[in-house]
Write a new protein. Structure first.
Length: 664
């Protein structure tokens, strides 16, 4: 402690935390290509991956694509050979008419080859265009399937969000993989055809040509790797920008944005984060440009050597004029296609990096794939937690510890406690949405880890605090696309929840689309949506969890829910989570949680009179003592009504007594 400080000096405040997505550990970066040589070796793998994706979507289309590519290469080689024959005929001694006549078959062959290659190019383009969107959609479907089969706790891990974001980019660009693969194959086929001609004319020209193109190939591959690295570095920032855009433009909080005059403040944050993204991107672009410049200089020098060698061969008589002309055409073909391979290879490499992210996510669902048993359970008669504990990822302490609880069919158990006491976490563990980090949860004496997850969830009905507003019809919002029990079951759930009154007022009844108005649907109020959410839980069988189910309901609607809850609970375990303690009188047992542990348990009558947390919370909730209404003199600080100001120099008058007003 310095001389200026005293024991009363508060410690320095920690720095303010910045609003941004947490960047998880990018394990996927490990083992990724880090040099152009490794990148070049990956190209055949990426081409195979692109073809494999296409093969899964449409085998006939891929077979047609490969056949057209092979035929196009043969035609190109034929055209180059015919070009050499044509030049030989035209420069040979003799009458020009005889030479032209001799060259006509070769010219016709060249024209036919060019025409057929043009037709094949159209077919290839058509096939690729039809395959691309199908591949992307298939990639998205596989990604969604992987996400749906990840543990719910995955969303609590920052790394999972990162991997989902990168995989989403990979699914989006997967459509480019087949197009870029076929363009790469096209260039390669042309090179093989032209290189064969060049090698026949003079073998020394081919390695010189490769040497001329290689520096730029390496530079472009390095630039692609730099661009990919910069994209990964700012992925969290980009997601934060997307979230801020939602806050600035979303309809749900547009009124608060205006009334709180928040636009300028949030826009400033948006620009601040955007500047950081631009800074990282600019550095990557500048580094890539330096590599491109070096590659161009080296490639230019090598090209000069190649063309110099061609001139020397011609001048020394080692190559005829006709052969030199053919060599020029072949070298141009090889050169152009080598540059094409560099360009398309760079693009397919960059695409491949994103597709690798997608493939990694598909393989392991971000490292959180469901890994449970295969037992298909029946609706449980008893759900039991034994010495249960749960700790959220990166949390400082457990959310639940040493919790033992059983809920039997036909029984209503209420979970109460202060905010953060673990009520919602416990309800998720009882339904198998979370797996415990300590202890066990069993359904009819079977550990939930042994059960088939989706088969188990078919016997769960949950009304969470934040419930989904599915963009479906009113009926599908209740049945969730899984009708059971016919119309009678639907109407019964609607009657018990009050959703029937909502549906009766809709323009198309149960067939009304419930979606925001720009989708042509009907947007319900918060209370109306909550009735729909309760109806969907009442409609489903099995364990029923109601987490603050009536927070948006009026008194009449709330009374209906709790008055009929006993009937709904018949034959099924029911867990009720609520802060409105008057409502838990319907429960058979009340479990009071404090700091993740059970601190009290009993009936409403027992707990409302026994000293403890429940009684304390109940008394606070029933305490409606508020300061009395202010009298006029309290508002003005003097007896009588406020003075009437009539302008400068005006005097105040007392209001005359009631009986004197008529005399005034």
């Amino acid at each position: 402690m310095t001389a200026e400080q005293t024991s009363d000096t508060p410690p320095p405040a920690p720095p303010a935390e910045e609003y941004r997505f947490q960047q998880g550990k990018l394990a996927a970066l490990e083992g990724r290509p880090t040099s152009p040589w490794v990148m070049a070796r990956r190209l055949p793998q990426l081409v195979r991956k692109g073809l494999a994706l296409g093969w899964r979507v449409d085998r006939r289309a891929v077979a047609l694509l490969l056949s057209c590519q092979a035929l196009s290469a043969v035609l190109e080689a034929t055209g180059l050979v015919a070009t050499g024959s044509t030049l030989t005929s035209l420069v040979a001694p003799g009458d020009i008419r005889d030479r032209i006549a001799q060259a006509l078959p070769s010219i016709a062959l060249i024209a036919a080859a060019v025409g057929l290659r043009a037709v094949l190019g159209i077919v290839i383009s058509d096939v690729s265009s039809r395959l691309s969107p199908r591949i992307s959609r298939e990639a998205e479907l596989e990604m969604l399937h992987a996400a749906a089969h990840a543990e719910l706790t995955a969303y609590d891990h920052p790394g999972f969000n990162d991997q989902w974001d990168h995989a989403d980019r990979g699914a989006d660009v997967a459509k480019d993989l087949i197009t870029e693969s076929q363009m790469l194959m096209s260039c390669l086929a042309s090179i093989i055809a032209a290189a064969g001609v060049v090698a026949v004319l003079h073998p020394v020209l081919l390695p010189l040509l490769v040497l001329a193109v290689l520096p730029q190939a390496l530079a472009r591959m390095k630039g692609a790797h730099l661009q990919w690295e910069s994209g990964r570095a700012v992925s969290a920032e980009r997601r934060t920008l997307g979230h801020l855009r939602w806050y600035i433009a979303d309809r749900q909080i547009a009124d608060q944005l205006r009334s709180g005059t928040m636009f300028g403040f949030l826009l400033g944050r948006y620009r601040e984060i955007g500047a950081r993204v631009d800074d990282v991107t600019d550095r990557a672009i500048h580094r890539g440009s330096r590599w491109a410049m070096a590659g161009s200089v080296a490639g230019g020098a090598a090209s000069a050597v190649m063309w110099g060698a061609l001139v020397l061969l011609l001048a020394s008589g080692r190559m005829t004029l006709a052969s030199a002309g053919t060599a020029v055409f072949a070298l141009q073909t090889v050169g152009n296609n080598l540059y094409g391979i560099v360009g398309y290879g760079t693009r397919i490499f960059r695409t491949g990096l994103y597709v690798d992210d997608w493939a990694d996510f598909i393989a392991e669902a971000g490292g959180h794939r469901l890994d449970r048993g295969s037992i298909v359970p029946d609706p449980p008669k008893a759900v039991r937690a034994e010495r249960l504990g749960y700790t959220y990822p990166d949390a400082d302490g457990p959310a639940l510890a040493d919790v033992t609880l059983e809920v039997r069919a036909g029984e209503i158990v209420a979970l109460v406690g202060e905010n953060g006491s673990g009520k919602t976490t416990l309800s998720r563990l009882l339904t198998g949405l979370y797996l415990p980090t300590e202890g066990t949860v069993t359904w009819d004496a079977r550990d939930v880890r042994e059960l088939d997850a989706y088969a188990m969830w078919r016997h769960t009905a949950v009304v969470p605090q934040v419930f989904a507003h599915w963009p479906l019809s009113a009926e599908e919002n209740v049945t969730l696309g899984q009708p059971r029990g016919g119309t009678a079951a639907l109407l019964r759930a609607a009657e018990r929840s009050g959703a029937g009154e909502v549906v009766d007022g809709l323009r198309s009844g149960w067939g009304t689309l419930l979606a925001r108005e720009w989708f042509g649907g009907v947007e319900l109020s918060g209370g109306q949506w909550q009735r729909i959410a309760i109806a969907r839980a009442f409609y489903r069988p099995g364990v029923l969890v109601l987490d603050e189910p009536t927070s948006a309901l009026d008194a009449r609607a709330e009374h209906r829910i709790f008055a009929g809850l006993r009937e709904v609970a018949e034959g099924r375990p029911v867990v009720l989570v609520t802060h409105r303690l008057a409502n838990v009188a319907v429960a058979d047992r009340i479990v009071v949680l404090g700091h993740g542990r059970i601190v009290q348990e009993g009936t409403f009558e027992e707990l409302s009179v026994a000293p403890g947390l429940f009684r304390e919370l109940l008394e606070l909730q029933n305490d409606r003592s508020v300061p009395g209404q202010r009298r006029p003199e309290d508002a003005t600080g003097r007896e009588g009504p406020p003075e009437a100001t009539a302008g400068p120099g005006a005097t105040a008058r007392e209001t005359p007594p009631e009986g004197a007003r008529g005399q005034e």
